[in-house]
Design a protein around this ligand. Structure first.
Ligand SMILES: C[S@@+](CC[C@H](N)C(=O)[O-])C[C@H]1O[C@@H](n2cnc3c(N)ncnc32)[C@H](O)[C@@H]1O
Length: 468
């Protein structure tokens, strides 16, 4: 292959993001785990929320998500419909309950830079800051892709610290063609006016399809009808059987014109609010003859409101939603900011900072209405388990049967955190308690409607394989 300067390009010089340890990160994803998932029945909660019973279809898994993702492959390869993750953003702050500093010590970095001659010296600093984070994320995203079903979708929350790197590695792993959007979520309504340079109000949610592309649902459309005539489609001759159009009067055959060049080839006779006879109409139409007949065979009718220049079809519930905007905020789609997330956790008495608002996750889950509402939803950086809360809430609202799998590291809470001062040993304790309290609250609000809602979870812990 030759480039513009007639230099021969080496096949190795493909466009990709490189960093020290990338090859190891890839092989790490392919190395099976030597560990096991052990069910802890005593720590589990039943479908109706009783401790010590393991009949729930939801799972709460304690362990490093790298091991867990590998172990989940056995039962869930290609079976997960939705993955939402909110990984550490590598903010390098040490006030979180969990570690959020993936920058390396200067000593380690110098050694690597010496060893890796392909790294340009002026990348030294960014290399130090980003390498460990990339090595942590890369194998996990490879495994996440394997777990997704062909009609699955992954959503990944991120902020400016690693957004650029995450976009490139996601393009590599999921494929640029499968990129859905870089949603911008309005994280804070009013950024503090004392901010040094920029008052950052948004963070991102990168979304990718696994393979099949389909319409995503945003907010409900107020329009119950949509016009059948459509530009720039070409004119076509269409037949409307008798009683397939709602009308208020007769129409004589003739050319009605307008931008859709509508022409009626038979007199349309009105009887009891419908066309008495079959009519042929030529116009620029959104639908062809086959789709029109299918619609009519489903028992539905079209409507002429004023004159033939406009003809409407009724939208069904499935189509009664508009595609989501790439902005997610209160004004566009009633999604709340992080203030709401803190309020929710305060109300539940759960000490965890920087959780996501439940209705943000609900909104994302609602975008993916693939066939049914019994999808498996996985969150392998689950923190305070907002995703589990969102799944239970959505199920309670639409009678769905979505199941959740939460994964979280049982790392000790940071000693500076509120959780530590309230006596929580580790973050899994926080997550499990949140699910329990949220489940009870949802049931308490609508006891009859949520009779069969599964608010329990089976607890699994990652254990070393027993070797003889
Ligand atoms: C930003 S928080 C997620 C917050 C969550 N979305 C919520 O609303 O509460 C990231 C979480 O990932 C967890 N985590 C980090 N590394 C992990 C790993 N290797 N395995 C499992 N969990 C991990 C951290 O302990 C932390 O709780």
């Amino acid at each position: 292959m030759k480039n513009d300067n007639n230099n021969v390009l080496n096949n190795d010089e493909l466009f990709e993001l490189i960093w020290p340890g990338k090859k190891d990160a890839i092989s790490l994803a392919n190395t099976p785990s030597s560990k096991n998932l052990i069910l802890d029945t005593l720590d589990s909660f039943s479908k109706d929320g009783k401790k010590g019973s393991a009949d729930s279809e939801n799972m709460y898994i304690e362990g490093d998500n790298l091991d867990v993702l590998k172990l989940l492959k056995k039962d869930f390869l290609g079976k997960i419909k939705i993955i939402y993750i909110d990984p550490p953003y590598n903010t390098r702050k040490d006030t979180f309950a969990y570690n959020d500093d993936y920058s390396k010590s200067k000593k380690e970095s110098k050694q690597e830079t010496k060893d890796d001659n392909y790294i340009n010296k002026n990348l030294k600093n960014s290399q130090r800051l980003h390498t460990d984070w990339l090595n942590m994320m890369y194998p996990r995203l490879i495994l996440a892709r394997e777990l997704l079903s062909d009609d699955g979708v992954i959503f990944i929350s991120i902020d400016d610290n690693e957004h650029a790197n995450l976009k490139i590695i996601c393009d590599e792993i999921f494929g640029e063609d499968n990129f859905i959007s870089n949603f911008k979520w309005n994280r804070v309504k009013k950024a503090p006016s004392l901010s040094n340079s920029i008052r950052t109000k948004y963070e991102y949610i990168l979304a990718y399809y696994k393979k099949n592309h389909f319409k995503l649902f945003g907010k409900a459309s107020y329009n119950k009808q949509a016009p059948l005539w459509h530009l720039p489609n070409k004119k076509q001759m269409l037949t409307f059987p008798k009683k397939s159009i709602r009308v208020k009067n007769d129409f004589l055959k003739g050319y009605y014109g307008g931008s859709y060049q509508v022409e009626l080839f038979d007199d349309l006779i009105y009887e009891n609010g419908l066309n008495k006879n079959e009519v042929k109409i030529e116009a620029c139409s959104a639908w062809g003859q086959e789709k029109i007949l299918k619609y009519i065979n489903e028992g539905k009718t079209f409507e002429i409101k004023k004159d033939l220049k406009t003809l409407y079809y009724d939208m069904d519930n499935k189509n009664n939603f508009i595609a989501p905007s790439d902005i997610i905020n209160n004004e566009e789609c009633s999604v709340k900011s992080n203030l709401e997330a803190s309020k929710e956790l305060n109300d539940l008495g759960i000490p965890f900072e920087y959780s996501k608002p439940t209705n943000l996750i609900e909104y994302l889950l609602n975008m993916v209405r693939v066939n049914d509402s019994s999808n498996i939803v996985l969150d392998f950086f689950s923190g305070s388990a907002t995703t589990a809360h969102a799944v239970m809430k959505l199920n309670s609202e639409d009678n769905g049967r979505r199941k959740f799998i939460m994964v979280e590291l049982p790392q000790c809470c940071n000693q500076k955190s509120k959780a530590f001062s309230e006596g929580y040993k580790n973050i899994c304790e926080i997550g499990k308690e949140r699910i329990r309290r949220a489940g009870e609250k949802i049931k308490g609000k609508m006891p009859i409607l949520t009779h069969s809602l599964d608010i329990g979870f089976r607890v699994f812990k990652v254990d070393e394989n027993c070797k003889n």
